[in-house]
Write a protein that binds this ligand. Structure first.
Ligand code: FES
Ligand code: FE2
Length: 394
């Protein structure tokens, strides 16, 4: 690394950061990031949320358009979501100052209009896609909305359901988990073995990692007919395919690990089944309605003290198994005390890639121009490859 040791003495610490004034915080903010399921803020509603250590007000105007501004009013710093959404603007509860979606104050009732014109809070571009709201929290103009896109989310025939979990640990170990194919042979055989663990088996895979236009392609070969290929997208996005409970069309799982803070991570994603079969669609919706609300962090003691894994053997079990392994590392793992082996090639490549991009960011040089991979052309399907396309719910 060509790290500036004075400003960034610990390369491992640099990987875990997310605050606005850190190099990783700047790098992460140069990408569109999902911040909320679209359905959790209806027209006329507002909520407060924290992303990468910053507090925001997310509100949906009465027109249906979503907006993101800073959490607090410029005047006396009270929380804006407690006020009123009016048209496409939000009015503060305390003294009625009103802001538009760009953060411009449009009215301060007890002041002159010239006064209001000079007041501004932060306002951030949003995009709704696949049932999620994405924000651009960086400086300058946002990049094209390219990396989050997946063909499966644009077929028009897929049933798409958004879900979130909040894990009390740093985001980077959850990204590392995506580039660690060996864990599947163990973690997903903990407690009990679900369809995913069964499909992958507990064989130790041959591994191959390749940097792509979008991130890293991971190939884990456990036998002639047991090859998992997954394309991970920089900096925190994984797309995998897992079995569905009914045994029909596999579901696509598109999941981001978005830091809420250093020690808290939003796992936010879209679960999609692309099928014309009305029974498959119905049973997927029913399954997600019944089991999709699970968050292993709400079952922490049961999992750690009693090995009480959930009954649902798909989304809930897979998530709980990953949770136990990742939280067992601690909220902020000490990587200087690890003992890596050859099978950690994916972790090593991932960290090197981040350090490269962090160095460029820190030195004011151009970072790589990541581009999405056309998934339909690139990912094998389960019909072509019995254990396929990557994977598992994480
Ligand atoms: S604190 Fe918002 S108007 Fe006074
Ligand atoms: Fe996993």
């Amino acid at each position: 690394m060509t790290t500036d040791q004075a400003s960034q003495p610990d390369p491992f610490q640099a990987l875990m950061e997310c605050a606005q004034d850190t190099t990783m915080g700047i790098l992460l903010r140069s990408f569109w990031q999902p911040i909320s399921p679209a359905s959790t803020v209806m027209p006329g509603q507002a909520k407060v949320l924290k992303i990468m250590g910053q507090d925001f007000t997310l509100y949906r105007g009465e027109t249906g358009t979503a907006h993101l501004v800073d959490a607090r009013c410029a005047h006396r710093r009270t929380l804006l979501h407690t006020g009123w959404v009016q048209g496409d603007e939000i009015r503060c509860i305390y003294h009625g100052w009103k802001y538009d979606g760009t953060g411009q104050c449009t009215q301060a009732p007890a002041e002159t209009s010239e006064f209001a014109r000079k007041v501004r809070i932060g306002g951030y571009p949003l995009k709704e896609y696949g049932g999620l709201i994405f924000a651009y929290l960086g400086k300058g103009a946002p990049p094209d909305f390219d990396l989050p896109r997946k063909d499966v989310l644009e077929t028009g025939s897929a049933v798409m359901i958004a879900r979130t979990e909040v894990w009390p640990c740093n985001w980077f170990q959850l990204v590392e988990n995506s580039l660690d194919a060996v864990h599947v042979s163990f973690v997903h055989h903990a407690g009990t073995v679900g369809p995913f663990g069964e499909a992958v088996s507990n064989a130790i895979p041959q591994l191959e990692y390749q940097e792509t236009d979008a991130g890293i392609r991971q190939t884990a070969t456990r036998g002639e007919k047991n090859v998992r290929i997954s394309d991970w997208t920089f900096p925190n996005y994984n797309h995998i395919v897992i079995p569905t409970p009914g045994g029909g069309t596999w579901m696509d799982v598109c999941v981001w690990r978005v830091p809420i803070d250093m020690d808290k991570t939003l796992r936010i994603g879209v679960y999609a089944v692309n099928s014309d079969d009305s029974e498959e669609r119905r049973s997927f919706i029913e399954y997600m309605n019944t089991f999709g609300g699970y968050d292993p962090s709400q079952n922490h003691e049961a999992l750690f003290d009693n090995r009480a894994y959930p009954e649902d053997k798909l989304i809930q079990l897979t998530s709980a198994q990953d949770y136990v392994a990742a939280l067992g590392q601690g909220a902020l793992p000490d990587r200087s005390r690890e003992r890596l082996g050859n099978s950690d090639a994916g972790i090593v490549m991932l960290r090197r890639l981040f350090w490269r991009e962090l160095d460029a960011t820190r030195n004011g040089q151009a970072t790589k121009k990541w581009k999405r991979i056309d998934q339909l052309g690139e990912l094998p399907t389960q019909s072509a490859m019995p254990v396929s396309a990557g994977g598992h719910a994480k």
